[in-house]
Design a protein around this ligand. Structure first.
Ligand code: IPE
Ligand code: IPE
Ligand code: MG
Ligand code: MG
Ligand code: MG
Length: 296
C-alpha cells in the first residue's frame, strides 16, 4: 500500500518514520524464543498501515507544544493496540477476512492460534511501552495508561456489539454506540495522548474528546462507504464484505447518500470543536480532512 503521509506534508512522513523506528527498535528487544509469535507481531506491526492514529498523536502534540520524542512510545502504543484489533477483527470467528494491508491477514500468514496470541501480546506490549517513558512524569504516564486502557476496553465492547448486531433490529442510535466503541474510542485516545504531556486544561481535554468522537464516527462511516465503493486492490482488504456478511453499517441502514451526509456532518462537528481550542494547527486540520477523504 502506498503511504498516505506524503499527501499531507513532509512532517507526516517524519512522524511515520518515527513510529516505525520506535516499533522496530522495541520489537527487536523482545524474547524471540517463540519464533512464529515474534514473527507474527513483526508482520503485523511493520507491514504498512496508514498510521493515522500515530499521526494524530504527533499532530495534536505539535499543536500543544509537545516535543515529538515525548510521544514516540505513545504513538507506537496506539498503533500496537490498533493493529492487534485488526488481527482479531479478521479472524474467522469475527469478520473472517483473509486480506489486510494488501497482504494475507495474520491468521492466514501464520495460523489462528498464533494470530490470537500475537494480538494478546501486542495489547500487553502497548502498555509496557507506556511504562518505559523516561521523558514524562509518572503522573503523566499513569494518565496515558488510564486513557489508553479505557479506549482498548471500549474498542472491545464495540467489537462485541458489532459482531452480535442484527441488521433488522439495529437502529442508528445503536449503530452510533458500536462506532463510538470499536473505532472512535481509539481515535479519541490518540488525540488525548498527544496533548497530555502539556498538562492541558479540562476545557481543552473536553474539546479534544468531542473532536475525537466525531472524527472517529466520521472515520468508521467512511470506512463502511469505502467497503461498498472500493476495491480490494485499492483498499488492501476485502471489499463489498460488509453486505456479504449482513454487517450493520450506515450504508446498509440508510443508503450511501445519507451515509455520506452523516460522515460529513460528524466531520464538521469535529472541526467545530477543534476550532474552539485556543491554538490552531494547519497540519492537524489537513490530517483530519484526509481521514474522511481517503481512498483506502
Ligand atoms: C481500519 O483502520 C479499521 C477501522 C477502524 C476503520 P485503518 O483504515 O486506519 O487501518 P490501517 O491501520 O490504515 O491499516
Ligand atoms: C473495525 O471495523 C474496527 C476494529 C478493528 C476495531 P471493520 O471491521 O469495518 O474494519 P475493517 O473494514 O475490517 O478494516
Ligand atoms: Mg469488524
Ligand atoms: Mg473487519
Ligand atoms: Mg470496514
Amino acid at each position: 500500500m502506498k503511504p498516505l503521509d506524503t499527501l499531507i506534508s513532509k512532517q507526516s512522513h517524519l512522524y511515520n518514520e518515527r513510529v516505525n523506528l520506535t516499533l522496530d527498535t522495541f520489537l527487536k528487544t523482545l524474547d524471540k524464543s517463540a519464533t512464529s509469535l515474534h514473527q507474527a507481531i513483526q508482520y503485523t506491526c511493520l507491514n504498512g498501515g496508514k498510521r493515522l492514529r500515530a499521526l494524530l498523536v504527533y499532530a495534536v502534540g505539535e499543536t500543544f507544544g509537545v516535543q515529538s520524542y515525548q510521544l514516540d512510545n505513545a504513538a507506537a502504543a496506539v498503533e500496537l493496540i490498533h493493529s492487534y484489533s485488526l488481527i482479531h477483527d479478521d479472524l474467522p470467528a469475527m469478520d473472517n477476512a483473509n486480506l489486510r494491508r494488501g497482504k494475507p491477514a495474520c491468521h492466514k500468514a501464520f495460523n489462528e492460534a498464533i494470530a490470537i496470541l500475537a494480538g494478546d501480546a501486542q495489547q500487553a506490549l502497548a502498555f509496557h511501552l507506556l511504562t518505559k517513558q523516561t521523558c514524562l512524569s509518572d503522573k503523566q504516564t499513569l494518565k496515558m495508561i488510564q486513557v489508553l486502557s479505557e479506549a482498548a476496553l471500549d474498542m472491545v465492547t464495540g467489537q462485541a456489539l458489532d459482531i452480535t448486531a442484527n441488521l433488522e433490529k439495529t437502529d442508528l442510535l445503536a449503530l452510533n454506540k458500536i462506532h463510538l466503541g470499536k473505532t472512535a474510542a481509539l481515535i479519541k485516545a490518540s488525540i488525548l495522548l498527544g496533548a497530555l504531556p502539556s498538562n492541558p486544561s479540562q476545557d481543552s481535554l473536553d474539546l479534544l474528546s468531542e473532536y475525537g468522537k466525531h472524527l472517529g464516527l466520521a472515520y468508521q462511516i467512511h470506512d463502511d462507504i469505502l467497503d461498498v465503493e472500493g476495491s480490494a486492490e485499492i483498499l488492501g482488504k476485502p471489499a463489498q464484505a460488509d453486505e456479504a456478511k449482513d454487517k450493520v453499517t450506515y450504508p446498509a441502514i440508510c443508503g450511501l447518500d445519507i451515509a455520506k451526509e452523516t460522515a460529513k456532518n460528524h466531520f464538521n462537528q469535529a472541526m467545530q470543536h477543534l476550532s474552539k481550542l485556543p491554538i490552531q494547527s494547519d497540519f492537524l486540520n489537513r490530517l483530519s480532512a484526509l481521514m474522511i477523504n481517503r481512498a483506502y
